[in-house]
Structure formats: C-alpha cells, structure tokens
Design a protein around this ligand. Structure first.
Ligand code: GTP
Ligand code: SPV
Ligand code: MN
Length: 600
C-alpha cells in the first residue's frame, strides 16, 4: 500500500521499481509494528546482531564490509549540466552520462530483494524550514538508521501534500558492495541522489550529507538560506538567558563533543548549562526580526564511538544506552555489549573485533591493534540526550548569536580569535584547514583545506558558495552573528595537546558570549581580536594551563602567519580560481588586509 496520493512520488517510485526490479515493494509508515518486524528480520538474517536487551534495551549491532567503513570522497559526484556549476571542490560528470552509466548498475539490482520506500522529513514536521525526502533502498539497516536520524514515516507525506513536487528523490542500493563500482552522486538540479555499492553511514543515509548538506546547500543558495556542517548549542547563563551558537568543524573534529559539553564545576556552580540542538548539520535562515535562525534537520546523532567515554562526553555515552544502532565497534561477547577504544581501560578479554574475528581483546590491543574501527559509530535518537534543548522541535529554530569555525591545527592557529566583521569571518571560514581523520577514506593526519568544514559537502561551485556567505552577511547587517575561530588541537614539541579541551571548552564559549554581549575587551592583532590572557578563565586548571601555556595558546607567530597567508593566496589562485572557482574580490581584499597588518 502506498502512503500517498502524490502522483509525483508515485510516478518516481514506479520508475525506480521498473529500474531496480525488486521482488517486493514495502512502504515504510514508521509504525513500531513494522519497525519491529524489520528488526526481527535483520537479526534473523544476520544483518544485525541483537545486543544484551537488559543492559542495552532496543540496541542492535551492525558490521559493514571492511572495504566500506567511511565516506568515499573520490567516488562522490556533483552532476550539474554545466561543469563550472560543480566547481573545483567537487568531482563532476554530465548528468545524462551519469544517469546512463548508473542505470546499467541499478538495472535489476533488487531482483530477489525488497525495495523499502522511506518518506522522511528533514527538520521538524510542519516547520517552514523543513524539507521532505523519499529514499528507496534495499537495506533494512538504512531503514532502521533513517528511523533514528530523521522524522520518518507517513507524516512526512502528509506534510508534502498531494500535489507538491518539492521532495528530494534518493535511490540507494547496496548492490554487492563493490568498491570499484561505488558511486555517491548528487544531481542538485533534479533534487536527486543516487548511491550504489555502499552500505555505510554518510554514503547511504541519504537524508544526511547527500541531502541536508550537498543538495540543501544548493537549494539554500537559490532560496536565500544556508545549509552548514555545524552543531547548534545553547548556553544558559547565570541570568537565565540562553545564547545559541553554531560551530563548523571538519568531520571527527569535535562537533558532537562540543554540542553536548558539560561545563566545569565552577561554571556549573554559577548556573551555566549547555543544551544540544544539533551535533552535525544546521539549516539557517533570517527570521522576521532580521536575525539568523537555525534548525537541526536531523532527529538523531550518528556519532564517532572511539574516544566517547564517561569523562570526555557522558551525555553522548548516555544517548547510546537504548534504541541505538552500533556500527563497526567491537563486541564484548561475555556481556553482549559493545566496546571501543577509550570507552574505558578494560578491553573485553572475550571480544569480537570490528571485522568479526574473535580475539582476546587485552592481548589484541596490547599488540597495538584497535578493536573498533576508528570511524565506528553509534546511531542514537536525539530524545535520548540528557541535555537536549527544549527548542529541539521548535519549528522556528533558535536565534544564533555566534558562529564558530575550527579544525585540527597542531600549530599556527590560536585557541580562539574573533573576526573583525562578517566579511573577515567569511574569509576565516574559507581558510579553515584541518588534519584529515578516519571519517573519510584516505590518509589520516594530512593538513588539507576544508573551507567552512564543507569541502566534501558544498553541492555547487565553492566560489558561489563564498559569495552566498557574503550576501547573507549583507542581508543580516548588524544583526549578523559574530564570527570566531577556535583550535582545541594545538600541540607541544612532543605532540601532546596543550589545551585540555572537552568540558573546558566552556571557558572559550564564555569569552565568545562576552564578546557578543560587548562585556569583555580584546587584543586587536593582525589576524583578528584575541582574548587578553587574563580573560580566559582558568580557575581549576591553573596547574595545566599555566601563564606560559596560555601564551602559547594565544600566540600569533608572525612567521607562521606569513606562511599561512601565502598558502591561502596560493590556494585561492591555484586550487580555486585556476580551476574554475570565482573567488570573490572581497576575500582577496581580506587577504591583502591581513598581510598589510602582519607587515606593519
Ligand atoms: P563527525 O560526526 O564526523 O562530523 O564528527 P564530529 O565533529 O562530531 O567529532 P566528534 O565530536 O565525534 O569528535 C571526534 C574526535 O575528536 C573524538 O575522538 C574526540 O575524542 C576528539 N575531540 C573532540 N573534542 C575534543 C577536544 O576538545 N580536544 C581534543 N583533544 N579532542 C577532542
Ligand atoms: C562526517 O563524516 O562528517 C559524519 C559522518 O558526520 S557521515 O555521516 O558518514 O558523513
Ligand atoms: Mn559530520
């Protein structure tokens, strides 16, 4: 039974059925009965493993093919009619050519399988900022994950109505998970996503990176809003007011952790509290009062498991205690539970590592192996989050006071600084670079440019994307959020992080909020406003963050920054402009200004 009378949806599903030729078609209504049957089926076929239902009620475990554990940026395409519209940060192919090529791969791919038709909403149903998607897939794992990550089911169709054609069409088949024929393809001009030969996270949960960032960023440019790789959090201050902040960090660089931050004791005592609105994606649009409002289009967290523990992120850990799907972590066989690196110091003796081999976890880890894949993940419902914001479902979103950029930088970039204005802030966003992580396939730890933490996710020409940022700033005028940059990852000579990070990042948020309120002064430097040393509160961590360490954290080294600026000029010229990206003149002017200030 189809769940809608919308002929656009029905026609498209018919087309996909004709192409993929599944044995059955099942429309996902979102009911618990239907989901339960699917869970049972997945456990029976071995696709999922049921965990200890007393310790982890409603939790399931899944292992992907070892060749399929992360996003694949080299196999991700933006297919627009004109190549220039995809720009230098994307792989491009002519849409007709790509449709033809992939149609051959999809032809009959679901013979002997069931096609699930998943209606879902990105954003609270009924929100003027929300958008509808439909994903067809041959994977129960995808259905169960989409159930956690989106508002999935018949209500999404109600919101679409009977005549609208404004929905994103997502076609996914795991096919035979062949990495040679793996494609993650966006057709922004057709509101369409085709994904094949993967069964992992960001490649297949098409509402997430494919829709909510790549397609949505393109829609946002045309419709006057922004889709960004940003967490959204609220900080309640002692006076009871809540200030909302978004932050863009590249994959596996701390968004989930910052979004669920627990303030240090001193702050808690004074009445500070942090609330989570989102941990990965923000859709932002000017509201009637002229301020920028953000919603989290997602309904759950697809979080990095390794490193999550009672100390680093107790809120995230708590999120995973029920109704969660674990992917590529290790199994504790004796307990029927899960384990990953740094969960605690006791790897299970009777363990199954992420690829499925039974091992003695103690000996295995002592020999230098990891039990969980570094990009292993939990998919947890947002409603599990102990610090979930009361505004999480607010259809209007939350008003944003500050936008933060950041990345993993062993040197050069100070702990925190503020841009002089929106245009300078846009420059700072364009200049984000970060050491690569396990969230995408390829080498780890290599410094690469990742503008606005959106390098893998901008669904159109990066030059136009920067221009869109500048236009949004003009529209927002003096109501625009203030823009900051942070770096939790500065290292000493021995490669140790010199800032404690995690909960202590509250100390930096504190300075940022005070800057927004105009209640704290700053040092004007060549690169922006830096905190005066004494204005970062180190009460309780004085032993670790001594005045000498603080000097290092806040240093603006002229030599390193001269190199940084030269590299940015090279990047704009060689990697962007020479390859068909139009770098806005205003950004070159910012470069000139920083250079002049450095040489003063
Ligand atoms: P995606 O889900 O891939 O977009 O990642 P994310 O940005 O949400 O990253 P997440 O919060 O999951 O953090 C990834 C890794 O960074 C984990 O291993 C964390 O332990 C580490 N991390 C997060 N915050 C900090 C911090 O303040 N300091 C240090 N040193 N490490 C951090
Ligand atoms: C990221 O890589 O930024 C993620 C995980 O959030 S994925 O959904 O796989 O993109
Ligand atoms: Mn992410």
């Amino acid at each position: 039974m189809s769940l809608t009378n919308n002929q656009n949806v029905l026609n498209w599903v018919d087309e996909m059925v004709a192409l993929c030729k599944p044995d059955n078609v099942v429309w996902i209504d979102g009911s618990e009965e239907q989901l339960d049957a699917l869970r049972k089926e997945a456990v029976e076929t071995g696709e999922m493993i049921e965990l200890n239902q007393e310790k982890l009620p409603g939790c399931l475990y899944h292992r992907t093919n070892p060749n399929d554990v992360a996003r694949v940026e080299d196999r991700t395409f933006i297919c627009t009619r004109n190549k220039e519209d995809a720009g230098p940060t994307n792989n491009w192919c002519d849409p007709q050519e790509m449709y033809a090529k992939l149609s051959k791969l999809y032809d009959g791919v679901m013979k002997g399988r069931t096609m699930y038709v998943i209606p879902y909403s990105m954003g609270p149903i009924g929100s003027p900022l929300a958008k509808v998607g439909v994903e067809v897939t041959d994977s129960i794992y995808v259905v169960l994950n989409m159930n956690i990550m989106t508002r999935m089911g018949a209500d999404a169709f109600k919101n679409l109505g009977d005549v609208s054609n404004d929905f994103v069409r997502g076609l996914h088949s795991k096919a035979d998970v062949n990495p040679e024929e793996r494609y993650i393809v966006q057709f922004p001009e057709d509101n369409t996503i085709w994904s094949i030969n993967s069964a992992y996270g960001g490649n297949v949960l098409l509402g997430k990176k494919c829709f909510a960032l790549r397609i949505a960023s393109f829609q946002g440019k045309n419709e006057g809003w922004m889709a960004e790789h940003m967490l959204i959090l609220g900080v309640k201050k002692p006076d009871g007011e809540i200030k909302y902040i978004t932050a863009a960090f590249p994959s596996a660089c701390g968004k989930t952790n910052l979004a669920m931050l627990i303030p240090p004791e001193g702050y808690k005592k004074n009445g500070y509290e942090v609330f989570t609105v989102g941990d990965d994606i923000a859709w932002m649009k000017p509201g009637e009062d002229g301020r920028l409002y953000a919603i989290n289009p997602e309904n759950g967290f697809f979080g990095v498991a390794p490193g999550t523990n009672e100390k680093s992120n107790p809120n995230a850990l708590h999120c995973t205690m029920k109704n969660t799907i674990f992917t590529n972590v290790a199994l504790n066989n004796a307990e029927g539970t899960v384990w990953w690196e740094k969960l605690d110091k006791n790897p299970p003796v009777d363990a199954t590592e992420w690829k499925g081999a039974k091992v003695n976890g103690v000996e295995y880890t002592e020999a230098g192996n990891t039990l969980a894949h570094p990009n292993s993940r939990f998919t947890a419902p947002a409603e599990n989050c102990p610090c979930l914001s009361s505004e999480f479902n607010n259809p209007a979103g939350v008003p944003i006071s500050a936008i933060i950029f950041g990345g993993r930088r062993a040197s050069t970039t100070p702990l925190v600084y503020q841009s002089f204005d929106w245009t300078h802030g846009t420059y700072i966003g364009s200049a984000v670079s970060s050491e690569t992580t396990a969230a995408a396939t390829g080498a780890v730890g290599v410094l690469r440019h990742d503008p606005m933490a959106m390098k893998p996710f901008i669904g159109y020409n990066v030059g136009d994307y920067w221009a869109h940022w500048l236009e949004m700033g003009e529209k927002l005028g003096d109501k625009a959020p203030k823009i900051f940059n942070v770096n939790w990852f500065k290292q000493d000579e021995n490669g140790n992080f010199i800032w404690p990070g995690f909960g202590d990042n509250m100390r930096v948020l504190d300075w940022i909020i005070k800057r927004c309120e105009g209640t704290v002064d700053a040092e004007e430097t060549a690169i922006g406003y830096l905190p005066k040393k004494e204005d970062i509160n180190v009460e309780g961590i004085e032993d670790e963050v001594t005045p000498e360490v603080m000097d290092k954290l806040l240093a603006v080294d002229k030599e390193l920054w001269t190199k940084e600026i030269a590299e940015m000029r090279r990047y704009y010229n060689d990697d962007i402009a020479a390859k068909g990206g139009k770098v806005p003149a205003a950004l070159y002017e910012e470069l000139d200004k920083i250079e002049a200030r450095l040489n003063k």
